[in-house]
Design a protein around this ligand. Structure first.
Ligand code: ADP
Ligand code: ASP
Ligand code: MG
Length: 425
């Protein structure tokens, strides 16, 4: 007998039929003698619709009230799945974040899990219930509802798996595993049987929305194996785990991220403390910053560029306006038509020339690079967003990752991809 924690994403619970299929899957697992805890996301595009609803009545909603609203999507799918399981004659108990005891900080919209009380889940399992947990939410120390950031149900699932000591956390989604690139963009992407926490973390941070970045961090810190697999087909997916001894691929995957904008502060004095002032202002308002570059100064003045989520564009704009006066800067510029393209591979550390090959490949295709950043196992560049699909595809080919074209009919239109990217954060 084992303990199964299984998470079902929005598309997996989008319709009553799909919910019923999942109910069957869970009842089947229970009948095999396993203890079963399911974590669910909101049905289909419910969370996006809730955000649109909020925006229709308030242009600047407060974090607390937004989280009250956003948490309701997962409550619906939790209850509907529990009802579907009851219909099959099994006992099901739905639990929201408060009922489980998922305690977070009070960073509304992007809360971090601090602790999880699992007594109630244990009790329910002992009494023979299938437990259904509403993903993406917790409560802070004041008892207020918080949410974990877009895509955060993955993190709920892995955190619960870690607290319960489950050996594996299954993440059921609309693709059958982690691929060498988003299969909706690169038709020749190949499914990876296994991937290390280290590489998955970089891919998630680089925009591969298939797993929430914090869920991979949790899994690595608490040694939880993740099995990412299809909720539509019973085929093996991708195992994310510690992989110390294996031969490391130079490049395992290519990722794109269309969710950031580039901000440039022009003509700031090149003197000590200026960068600190800029990034302190952003940090104070909890705006995350990804890439940063500062140009060589000319006549004692320089330009500072950085990328931040497009969803924060209005807030960053306000800060830049304040900084113009405070720092007597010349002007600022905003470009929200950018894409970050990254190559990730654990073998990059030991191989020189990987970045050069990436830049040359893009140059040969007439793609201009406007920013670059690197880590031990990742190289990222910022390019014009109109070229992201072509850039991802040609890098995939250049690094020898192409397989047979299996996703030809599956590739999404530019608009659909844009919507998906916006949803992802
Ligand atoms: P869920 O709603 O189940 O959480 P998501 O939309 O968050 O599903 O994640 C699944 C999607 O991630 C896929 O449909 C795919 O388009 C996208 N994706 C991006 N990069 C990858 C990748 N490297 N491998 C697999 N899927 C990827
Ligand atoms: N429903 C939330 C979202 O759409 C959380 C999740 O799906 O993981 O972001
Ligand atoms: Mg997801």
């Amino acid at each position: 007998m084992s303990l199964v924690v299984a998470k079902f994403g929005g598309s997996s619970v989008a319709t009553p039929e799909r919910v019923k299929n999942i109910a069957h899957l869970l009842v089947e697992r229970k009948s095999q003698g396993d203890d079963v805890v399911a974590v669910v996301s909101a049905m289909g595009s419910t969370t996006d619709n809730l955000i649109d609803l909020a925006k229709a009545v308030n242009a600047h909603p407060s974090g607390r009230e937004m989280d009250n609203l956003m948490s309701t999507g997962e409550l619906v799918s939790m209850s509907v799945l529990a009802l579907a399981i009851e219909q099959l004659g099994e006992k099901a108990m739905g639990m929201n974040g408060r009922q489980v005891g998922i305690i977070t900080n009070d960073d509304f919209g992007n809360a971090q899990i601090k602790e999880i009380h699992t007594d109630r889940i244990h009790e329910a399992l002992k009494e023979g219930y299938i437990v259904i947990v509403a993903g993406f939410q917790g409560i802070d120390e004041d008892g207020d509802i918080t949410t974990l950031g877009r895509g955060g149900s993955d993190t709920t699932a892995v955190a619960i798996a870690a607290s319960l000591g489950a050996d594996v956390c299954e993440i059921y989604t609309d693709v059958d595993g982690v691929y060498s690139a988003d299969p909706r963009v690169v038709g020749k992407a190949q499914k990876l049987d296994r991937i290390s926490y280290e590489e998955m973390l970089e891919l998630a941070a680089a925009g591969s929305g298939v797993l929430h970045k914090r869920c991979v961090e949790f899994a690595r810190n608490f040694d939880v194996k993740i099995h990412t697999r299809s909720s539509f087909e019973n085929v093996p997916g991708t195992i994310v785990e510690d992989m110390i001894d294996v031969e490391k691929a130079i490049v395992s995957g290519v990722a794109y991220d269309n969710s950031e904008a580039k901000f440039t502060l022009r003509g700031v004095e090149d003197t000590q403390g200026v960068a600190a002032k800029v990034f302190n202002e952003l940090a104070k308002r909890k705006i995350s910053v990804d890439m940063i570059i500062q140009n060589i100064s000319e006549n004692g003045f320089t330009d500072i560029s950085f990328t931040s989520p497009t969803s924060e564009l209005e807030n960053v704009k306000k800060i830049l306006e304040e900084l113009l006066t405070k720092l007597s800067a010349r002007s600022y510029q905003i470009n929200d038509n950018i894409s970050k393209i990254s190559i990730v591979g654990a073998g990059m550390k030991a191989n020189s020339g990987v970045a050069a090959k990436m830049f040359q490949t893009l140059a040969d295709e007439g793609i201009n690079i406007s920013m670059i950043s690197t880590s031990d196992i990742r190289t990222s560049v910022v390019i014009d967003q109109t070229q992201f699909k072509h850039a991802t595809q040609c890098l995939h080919t250049a690094f020898g990752l192409d397989g047979t074209e299996i996703f030809e009919d599956n590739t999404l239109s530019e608009q659909e991809l844009k919507d998906k990217a916006n949803k992802g954060r």
